[in-house]
Structure formats: structure tokens, C-alpha cells
Design a binder for this molecule. Sequence first.
Ligand code: SF4
Length: 715
Amino acid sequence: MKETKSTCPYCGVGCGVIIRSEGEQIVGVRGDPEHPANFGRLCTKGSTLHLTASAEVTRQTRLLQPMRREHRGEAPRRVDWDGALDFAADAFAQVIAEHGPDSVGFYISGQLLTEDYYVFNKLAKGLIGTNNVDTNSRLCMSSAVAGYKKTLGADAPPNCYDDVNHAGCIFIVGSNTAFAHPILFRRIEEAKARNPQMKIIFCDPRRTDTAELADLYLPLQPGTDVMLFHGLLHIMLWEGWTNTDYIAAHTSGFDALKSLVREYTPEKVSQACGISKDDLFTAAKWFATSPATLSLYCQGLNQSSSGTAKNAALINLHLATGQIGRAGAGPFSLTGQPNAMGGREVGGLANLLSAHRDLANPGHRAEVAALWGVPSVPEQPGLTAVEMFQAAADGQLKALWIACTNPAQSMPDQATVRRALERAELVVVQEAFATTATCDYADLLLPASTWGEKEGTVTNSERRISRVRQAVPRPGGARHDWEIVVDFARRLETRLRRAPTLFPYTTPESIWLEHRETTRGRDLDITGLSYALLEQAPQQWPFPEGASSGKARLYEDGVFPTPDGKARFADVAYVPLAEPRESRYPFSLTTGRLRDQWHGMSRTGTLGRLFGHVPEPAVQMHPQDMARRSLQEGDLVHVTSKRGSIVLPAQASNEVGLSQAFIAMHWGAEFLGGVSSTGEPLAGVNALTTSAYCPGSKQPELKHAAVKILKAELP
Ligand code: SF4
């Protein structure tokens, strides 16, 4: 029996795991007692990881050899790796020659390791000369990135998990932490048990399990977060609860915000948000006057057509009250995926460059070009997730390379995404699992290694970099993601007549060392770190050369990475939902996670025991809404938006408010069929969701769509 330390591949808590293996088989998993994210604990998903890697599951679900489809709609045929990658390189070279570099795009994933992300980014921006590389982290964290940069000057979550032990008040907003970040939630439960004086405010349209721990629940109307945050600031100003010394010393732009929030009176905010004035006052008081207030937030703020404004308006509250830069105080965004943070660090999004540089900044483009040894990095902004699929659907994007993600289920407005995948001349899918809906659209399928089989690093929500380690060999002909990219890139270099190679890497560590160098002098400087140090323990950034440890908290000195060193208040106005409910579509539909499932279920869906908690899909409705429509528990209903319709059982739930509905995001075609508004077959809740996105972050509004719900007529 061998034991190998690694990291859980599910959520952004980033728990340490110890993999037990016998020969080539993973046989067990336990929490790593030394890992500072979890101290030995695992949730239901983490503790069953080994079962998702059994020989039988591997045989049934994994993509084990490269496969090519000669014609769409046919079964793919096995090809060897040389044949597969030569075909891909020829096809990409031809598309680039005929239509230019911006006719190709890469859609990658927060499930990839930092090293994988780095080479994808360099392939697109350094070799091909297009910024069309974006990721499913766009659906997850891009509003948090934009919110931090707008206010604090850098994309750097200031806090650490230990802050829950120092907080006097925890404000959880737009996050079902109990389900989505279970091990962090357990730490909050313990902190509360140790310190019953601690106040927990929970704010969300759904009264989820997270509310069980709350001293105060704010049942926010969908999309009114900015209204609420401005209303709380209005009360704090009126009551004299702001920290004028902190505002004067460490911030700029407060006067403009002060005038803006004047109109957000308690009466107006109470009515719009559906929260009593008393509760608004209590929340404002606890937030402002607690010795230390920590906000935890996630997709409820991010997956919104005003996601940047929501993030910035929440950070305003921390700046106005001085609740930042101290133990237990600060705005702490939680990452959904295991390595959304690592992707941000290497600039693996269409608008970013390595080490938190901005594509729009000519100086940053020149720095990255010099680091990579290329003449330039293109200035033309890249296509973000929604834009990329829209461009493919419109016939402008000819070749799509999709890695480690399943847009044919997870992207909003599935009708457009399916059209994009059909219309693109070439679709390459690099994947560990053969079972995703996106595989059905691939001209070329490239089998990738996955958890337990690969080496590299990931960064969790608290800026902590952990090693991911290989415990067993890759099955069949699967290759590591970075190897596939490097092998393809070298072949493409030959066809594009570029030399010497930009991709000399032989190991993940060799990639990581180049990434490390790009961070020198940046806010996330990790030049003092090494794989050897990470072998000993996970570390937080920044960790510059000469440092003996990383930083648990940022901005303790009150200096921010802005030109004048001051944090900036954001005078962002409240903007209503992109698609408010109306008489024809009278329900607010929201989506979210279940406790025991992950994303599109390609891994968790292989285990019967993970269906014990929630065995089948349903649309949750308030009992009064069901009664008004004469619906009984389990009655089949059509849930219909302007884009599509799905059929599933109705389930009464007091978690959702009146005129609201909830469907879990995980269920795909095998569980949940549907049709588009024009009658094409679709799957899952994203047949209904809208691709309207935040203008600042380009993150789509997955948390809200207007729908109607009608009883299905039985034949
Ligand atoms: Fe994995 Fe997240 Fe559960 Fe930790 S809390 S074991 S990282 S899914």
C-alpha cells in the first residue's frame, strides 16, 4: 500500500487528501491532517473520491484513446497520438492561414492545473497570436476579479480561512456555503460554537441549509444585492457607524459614493429587497460595529449581469467601516472550482496576461512578450466565454479547442452553444471523461489524465498553492493535459515556421518555474517558492524571494496596489436584472449546487451513494405557488423560459420564496431532456438560462432567468 499526498479536485476550499493505492489502483482516500485547508477532514464528495477512480468506473466512463470523427454524427474511430495531433496541427494551421489567428479559440477550465493553464495561455497569446482563450472560470469568478480590481486595485482575496476564528460577525451572501464549501462551513460552525457571541448574517433569496447557522436571515429578492449594500451604507452613515479615520487615511472617492447612497433609503431598500427595516438596521449595526466582520460570498454575487457592481458595493461596506486588513475582517470571495485562482494567476482568461497583468495595458503586453521571447502579444481583446460561443454560432470562429469542461451542459443559453458546436469547422475536445455532452460534438477527442494521475499545482480560495500528485499511472493512452498542449504546440510551430520552440518543457515543474518568473515584482510574487518548498507544505502567496513564509492576510498596512496606495470606493448604481419576471414568465428561476454532486456529474454521477441525498432532479417551488396552480408533489411540469423548456417533477420547498423556483445545475441529458424555443433537443437547466452578462466582468447571469411553470398534460 502506497500513500500519496494530493489535493481534492472538487471545490475551491482545496482540501488536502492522502491517496492510498495498491499497484495501479487507487483504493482509498483520507483527509490530510497536516493540510491547513481541512486539517484531515473531507466532505462527502472528497471522501468518496477513490470510488470514482475504480477500475470499473474507469472502464465505463473514461476516454482512453484518441478518437476521430470523419463526419459529424458518425461514431468516432480510434487514431494514434501522432495521427491525432498532426491532424489537429494541420487543421489549426489551415484555419489560421485562411481566416487569421482570431478565427480559433480555446475554452478551458478551472479544473485544470496551473501548469496546464499556463501552456494553453502561451499557446494562444504567445504562439498563435490570438487572445481567444477563456475558461469556465468566466462563469465562476470573473465578477470577483473585476470587483477586487475596481476597488482594492488587484485581484487578490485579502483573507484566509483562519479568519473565521477571529471574526465577530460573518456576513454570508450569495453562497450556500454548507453545500458548496462544506469543510469551510464546518470551520464556521465550530467558530460559532466556541464563540456564541459571534453574529452570523445570511443573505440569499433561498433559505438554504446555510441559514440554519444564522442569527439573522435576509431573504433578498433576486438581483437586488447592490440596492441592499447601498441601503446598509446609507444606514451606517446615518447612524455614524462608518470609520471616518480609515476612510480618510486609506481610501479615495467616498464623497461620490456618499451622494449616491443618499437615495437608498431604508424604506425604498426594504421594499425592493423584501427585507424589513428592522433587519436592515440590525445587519448594518452588526456589520459596522463588530470588532471584525468577514464577508463570504460566491456565485450569488458573481453570476449576475451586474456582478462587478455587486462585488464592488460589498467591498465598499468593508472600506467604509474599516473592516479590512485585520484578523477576521475583510471581503473574502470563495472560488467555486479547485483552480479558478491558478487560472487567474497565469492570465488564463481572454482579458488577462500572466501574473495578474492586464491585456489592455500596453506595458503589460510588452513585459509578457519579453518574458516569452515573442515579438508582441496581440492588442485585440479576446473573446470571453459567451462571446466565443456566440462567434462560433455566427460562423466567425472556425476552430474550437475545449479542455476539461462541458459547455454543452454548463454554458447558459444552450441553444446557442449547441449551434456553435455544430457550426464550427473543427471541434477538438481534450477530456478525461467520454461521457460529457460536449464529446458528442467533437471531431477529435484527446484523452487526458485526471485526479490521482497527474502532477502540478492548484491555488485555493485563500491564495494557498498546493501540490497535486500522481498516485497511479494514467489509464490506456491518456496523456497529461500539459503534455498534449506542448506536443500540439510544437507541431503547430513547425507548420507556422516558428523557431526556436516556445515550449521546451519536459515536466510540470519546468512550466511552473517559468510561471514563477513572470510573477517577480507583481502582487502575487512567488519567486521565493519552489516545488521543493511545496513538497513540505502548501503555501500562500505572495511569497517573494527572501521571504520565509507567505502572507495570511493582505492590506494589514492599509496600503493598496493602486497608483496612490488608497483603496477606491465604487459609486456603482443599482441596475435591475437583465430579465425581470413579468406576466408571461412570472417566476424567478435560480440555479445552484447540491451537497453531493459536482458540476455536470461526470465524476460524482458514477456513484450511487452520492444520489442518496437528492436522487432525482426537480423544480423546487414555494408550497403556496404549487397550491395556486393545483400542483401536487411530484407532478410533472414544463419549466419554460424565452429560450427553451424542460420537463421535471415539482417539489414543494420552503427554501424558495413566493414566485421563485430552483433547479440544481448538475443534471444533464441522461436525467433531464428538454427542447429549445425552436424545438431542438436540449438538456439540463441551461436550456433555460440567459447569456446576458455583466459588462464589467463578462460573467453571465446564471443565477436568474424569468420562467413560467405549467402542469404537463399527460397523454
Ligand atoms: Fe473537496 Fe471541497 Fe469537500 Fe474539501 S470541501 S473535500 S475541497 S469538495
